[in-house]
Design a protein around this ligand. Structure first.
Ligand code: PLP
Length: 402
């Protein structure tokens, strides 16, 4: 009898967003007229930039004209888009050859698919709290996972510890869910560790466009990264492509292990397992990197940043500790009175109809914390912030009286 991949039996149920949806549905069944203030899910609320829409329409028209029609696209990406992305890095002082850039259908696909490059016996370190896909993709691949917890003591930015024994490490900066971002010196420590060990860093830069402080947007800004890192990036949050789908992955040509070149291996992988990303989407993605596109996507990012400012102000007003908000579209707050993150979820839903994400869903060390996404509607975010202040003030009054 066929034996399925038994590693799937080790997966934990994808409990987090399912459970949130269940609780939300139950609340709405009991209160059909209620308006919910949704600040849980990390999905964008603003539409694509006009420059992108124009490029998508033009590309659709191309597909209807004999002389301009495109069939299969090159598996690793349209050469002009690979050049455009390399030039975008160049403006930040990171010099890539276009064939070090691979166009993808998004970061989630790549985070899982890239594991094809590594032996199953390699151990993966995952900094936690973490985006749940890292653990699940490695579990499906049968890989041993080392959980690297973080907390307020290190600002949710763990560093390589003495004796840390692993071959692959996932670093996400700016981080989902904590919003923390590594500085150059801290990333340098990871790069030294990886180069010394012969490990590979999988650097998830999905939120780099939200950085506002003097912090690295790319791991390749740090010396030594080209011999130990792969960067995975996405237009999902940068440019509202969550439902449109486009991303890119950077694999330097000098990244080699056991005499094998990882860039060449990825070319072989993509040319076998994909037939490229659609012409239409790559044309839309190209528009993101034009001056007009950059200006327009940053207008949208500014709206999300204003949401972050409103929420941070509310938490400041009630003296709650939080991380993130400045360099990422997430705010990671400490639950009041030491209550559990699901208990806090229920409190917000039932008392003020605000939905966030319990920290426990991002790994054990996320318990006691709560994530707000800043991608919501601005008017809803302002109302949610007011409600949060009133609730937390009432809570503080209640707890000091008891
Ligand atoms: N990486 C992180 C840290 C994310 O939070 C997300 C989506 O929320 C992704 C990757 C996935 O991005 P994409 O939409 O490109 O698959």
């Amino acid at each position: 009898m066929l034996k399925p991949n038994l590693c799937y039996a080790s997966l934990k149920d994808s409990y987090l967003f399912f459970h949130i949806a269940q609780k939300t549905r139950a609340y709405l069944e009991a209160h059909p007229d209620a308006h919910l203030y949704r600040m849980g899910i990390g999905d964008v609320s603003l539409p694509l930039a006009p420059a992108v829409i124009r490029a998508l329409h033009a590309a659709v028209d191309d597909q209807g004209e004999k002389g301009r029609f495109h069939g299969y696209m090159p598996e690793c990406g349209m050469p002009s888009l690979r050049e455009t992305i390399a030039a975008h890095y160049g403006r930040r002082g990171v010099f890539l050859s276009p064939d070090e850039v691979f166009v993808s259908s998004g970061a989630s696909d790549e985070l899982g698919d890239i594991l094809d490059l590594f032996d199953r016996s390699s151990r993966a370190v995952i900094m936690e709290p973490a985006y749940p896909a890292y653990v699940d993709a490695n579990t499906m691949a049968g890989r041993e996972i080392v959980h690297l917890p973080s907390g307020p003591e290190n600002q949710f930015l763990p560093l390589p510890e003495e004796g840390l024994d692993a071959d692959l490490i996932y670093l996400c900066s700016p981080n989902n869910p904590t919003g923390s971002a590594y500085n150059r010196q801290q990333l340098g420590q990871w790069i030294d560790w990886a180069n010394r060990r012969g490990a590979v860093i999988l650097f998830d830069a999905a939120y780099e466009a939200f950085i506002e402080e003097d912090l690295p947007h790319s791991i390749f800004e740090i010396p030594g990264a080209r011999s130990c890192a792969i960067e995975i990036c996405s237009l999902s949050k940068t440019a509202g492509f969550t439902g449109t789908r486009l991303g890119y992955t950077v694999i330097p040509k000098e990244l080699e292990r056991c005499g094998m070149n990882l860039n060449a291996m990825w070319v072989r992988n993509r040319t076998t397992k994909t037939n490229g990303v659609s012409y239409i989407l790559q044309q839309g993605g190209t528009a993101v990197f034009t001056d007009e596109g950059q200006r327009q996507i940053h207008e949208n990012i500014r709206v999300y940043k204003e949401n972050a400012r409103v929420l941070m102000k509310a938490l400041d007003a009630v003296g709650i500790r939080y991380w993130g908000g400045h360099n990422a579209p997430y705010i990671w707050m400490e639950c009041p009175r030491g209550i559990g993150s699901w208990e806090f979820f229920d409190l917000l839903l039932n008392e003020i109809q605000v939905i966030g994400t319990p920290g426990a869903g991002f790994g054990a060390c996320g318990e006691g914390f709560f994530r707000f996404s800043t991608f919501g509607d601005p008017a809803d975010t302002r109302e949610a912030a007011d409600r949060l202040i009133r609730l937390l003030q009432r809570e503080a009054g209640g707890s000091s009286a008891s």
